[in-house]
Design a protein around this ligand. Sequence first.
Ligand SMILES: Cc1cc2nc3c(=O)[nH]c(=O)nc-3n(C[C@H](O)[C@H](O)[C@H](O)COP(=O)(O)OP(=O)(O)OC[C@H]3O[C@@H](n4cnc5c(N)ncnc54)[C@H](O)[C@@H]3O)c2cc1C
Length: 414
Amino acid sequence: MSAENGAGDGEAQFNLELSQDQKDIREWVHGFAEGVVRPAAHEWDEREETPWPVIQEAAKIGLYGFEGLAQFWMDPTGLTMPIVNEELFWGDAGIGMSIMGTTLAVAAIYSSGTPEQLAEWVPQCYGGADDPKVGAFCSSEPDAGSDVSAIRTTARYDEAKDEWVLNGQKAWATNGGIAAVHVIIASVDRELGARGHAAFVIPPGTKGLEQGAKVKKHGLRASHTADVHLDDCRVPGSCLLGGKEKLDERLARAREGESSRGQAAMKTFEVSRPTVGSQAVGIARAAYEYSLDYAKQREQFGRPIVENQAIGFALADMKLEIDAARLLVWRAAWMGRTGKDFDNAEGSMSKLKAGEVAVWATERAIQILGGNGYTREYPVERMHRDAKIYTIFEGTSEIQRLVISRAISGARVR
Ligand SMILES: Cc1cc2nc3c(=O)[nH]c(=O)nc-3n(C[C@H](O)[C@H](O)[C@H](O)COP(=O)(O)OP(=O)(O)OC[C@H]3O[C@@H](n4cnc5c(N)ncnc54)[C@H](O)[C@@H]3O)c2cc1C
């Protein structure tokens, strides 16, 4: 819009057209998802193992790795990360999580670490194309899921050796125990609750960190999830993300009763929620597209089932809800990248909507496929199992509603 018809340049900025770069990256990831990920999806879901060969393929083309991530992050609109995730998880969510799970650890290092720590640890999370590695982010514990403030894992500073000593048990860690680099959220001062938390990098091969039980799951089965035990696990002082001086300052402020916006775990979640939402959008879109094709081909009563309003309207609602979810995801990703405040918890909104749409849309897809939808011969059953995690991890739907209701009302909604 030109200034001549009354709008200045600033007013003409709103635009939903993707840039050529964004379109190229979307096409590139889609090609990988279609050609490599999707054909492998059923096998790795059945095997319930980390698909290392697929991770390696992703590393070879630069989709998995430090450089790829940096390229996705560089986009000043923030949209490339959700676009990449949507395409990859459209291919398959279990494999997608094996490829993207590392991002959680990287996001923690990014949000809490110094530039030097970023440069040292992020490449080690990924390894090289010949020998790819994964990273793990460990916040949850058996008694601290939604209630992050209940974390019992402790980190004690041994001043004489300039080392931190970590003890505790982490639960549900994606890539837990098989990761090269683990980021652990631990309490340095229990009395301060979540404000007494700090994030630590545990370097590869550190003694005292062991994998516990591997979890057998409903969905996302190609992604490894396990407990992690920390038993007098010693790391150099430099492994405290952000450094000791900053931590001491933050603790002093917290002890004086000042509210803190720098809680390590919460900060990580804020950065990653729209990305997680875009993964759910990818699953939902995959189920929608599959069931649309099926409905056009499957005939009953002498006509394709899509010609029945019951099916046609279901597909219309699926498309509508998926597009709405994507718009919320893109808004939150853009807000995060351009430094806007999440005054109405827009990050939580995007993840909440996308997760619930994915569960609902994949269930609709099963219905549209009828008996076939209920079998493992067709992918929508797997997509439905995979989708369910999106109302649970990175903050359950109830917790997202809690965050949003508090943000919009200022009330202490419980
Ligand atoms: C496959 C998988 C991968 C995961 N990966 C990771 C990972 O990499 N790193 C990590 O740290 N964690 C990870 N998690 C853990 C995940 O983040 C937690 O499962 C999640 O935060 C919920 O915690 P919880 O399971 O203890 O459930 P709870 O907190 O026990 O919640 C149980 C139910 O109570 C509800 N509830 C709780 N409190 C309230 C409240 N105040 N108001 C209303 N309802 C409430 C919840 O919404 C939920 O419905 C993973 C989990 C899974 C299953």
